[in-house]
Design a protein around this ligand. Structure first.
Ligand code: RIB
Ligand code: CA
Length: 326
């Protein structure tokens, strides 16, 4: 059983990741932290609560996290688009401002997400994994406030970065780009890090026919995941078509799937990953030294360059077709 803290900027692919984590028999979700990312913090928190309530996991606490990236918005012209509102062309928009689920009636906890992360990790026996699938602001803040947590985190399974694949600029992946300094702090933390970059999530892009299979199961989780696959496919086919145009990435769910079955990630390289925080044209780029050119650089991450698409689809279908709580 993996005990995890999930950190999300919900978001459609985050929603599938949350549903998989809640429904999996191999995962115990200790709490879900929201962060600024796909949308502002009030939206990502409300979206998170909507997903949790939709599946009836009202007992799983949700904590609101950081409203702002660490420092990136302070430099004039470095980020003109805060909070992020999605692609300019609305037809490419795969998240919407709010998820199309009933408004939440449950509330987030009083404590801040960063406090929850610190308290929970410090009180643990070193058996808790953190799974951030949004910008790394909450995790980096927790590490800055209480560096001792780094010794007690079992592992951090991050959806973020890219080796050869990018999505928000010519050089950067969205989660790292939203808060590059946070990404750099986490990469330098000394924690065991499994990095699930775009190179892996694009290889695991799911077929839009999976949505049909999911609808046949009739569970709420499958119904909603099917809707998300279709919405995302409609956006991605023009915004960022995959090599197989009939597929679409569900990035964040791949990171959660790794906690269910490690074989879902492939071609894992243990190497040094750094993050560009220069504010230049490569701002937020994850620099993965896969070819090990820098002989001085110590490896700090297991970087997955591939993924088993069929296994990922099976895991999604199996986990989400479990009967929900209500
Ligand atoms: O680049 C993909 C990532 O950015 C996903 O986590 C998505 O939800 C957004 O946060
Ligand atoms: Ca996300």
């Amino acid at each position: 059983m993996e005990r995890i803290i999930l950190d999300v900027d919900t978001g459609t692919d985050d929603a599938v990741a949350i549903m998989m984590a809640l429904q999996s028999e191999d995962i115990e979700v200790l709490g879900i932290c929201s962060v600024n990312g796909n949308r502002g913090i009030d939206n990502t928190t409300e979206n998170t609560l909507r997903v949790v309530e939709y599946l009836g996991y009202d007992n799983v606490p949700v904590y609101k996290g950081c409203r702002f990236p660490m420092v990136v918005t302070l430099t004039p012209n470095r980020r003109e688009c805060f909070p992020y509102k999605g692609p300019k062309d609305p037809k490419d928009n795969v998240h919407g401002d709010y998820l199309e689920l009933p408004a939440a009636t449950i509330k987030e906890q009083k404590d801040h997400a960063v406090k929850f992360i610190i308290d929970t990790i410090m009180a643990s026996d070193g058996d808790i994994s953190i799974v951030p699938v949004g910008p790394l602001t909450n995790i980096a803040m927790a590490m800055r406030i209480e560096p001792e947590i780094c010794k007690k985190i079992k592992q951090i399974v991050i959806m973020g970065g890219g080796y050869r694949e990018t999505n928000i600029t010519a050089t950067a992946e969205f989660n790292f780009w939203i808060d590059p300094e946070a990404a750099k702090i986490v990469m330098q933390s000394g924690c065991k890090i499994i990095l699930v970059p775009l190179d892996a999530t694009h290889k695991a892009a799911v077929s839009k026919d999976l949505a049909k299979e999911m609808r046949k199961t009739g569970t709420k989780a499958c119904d909603y995941a099917a809707e998300i696959i279709e919405t995302r496919w409609n956006g991605y086919k023009t915004w960022q078509p995959m090599e197989d145009v009939n597929t679409v990435p569900i990035h964040d769910a791949l990171a959660v799937s790794y906690l269910i079955n490690k074989d879902v990630l492939q071609n894992i390289v243990y190497t040094h990953v750094d993050v560009d925080i220069s504010g230049g044209i490569s701002d937020g780029q994850s620099v993965c030294d896969v070819e090990k050119r820098d002989k001085e650089a110590m490896p700090n991450a297991y970087v997955a360059l591939g993924a088993d698409k069929n296994l990922f689809e099976q895991l999604m279908l199996k986990t989400l077709s479990k009967k929900e709580r209500k």
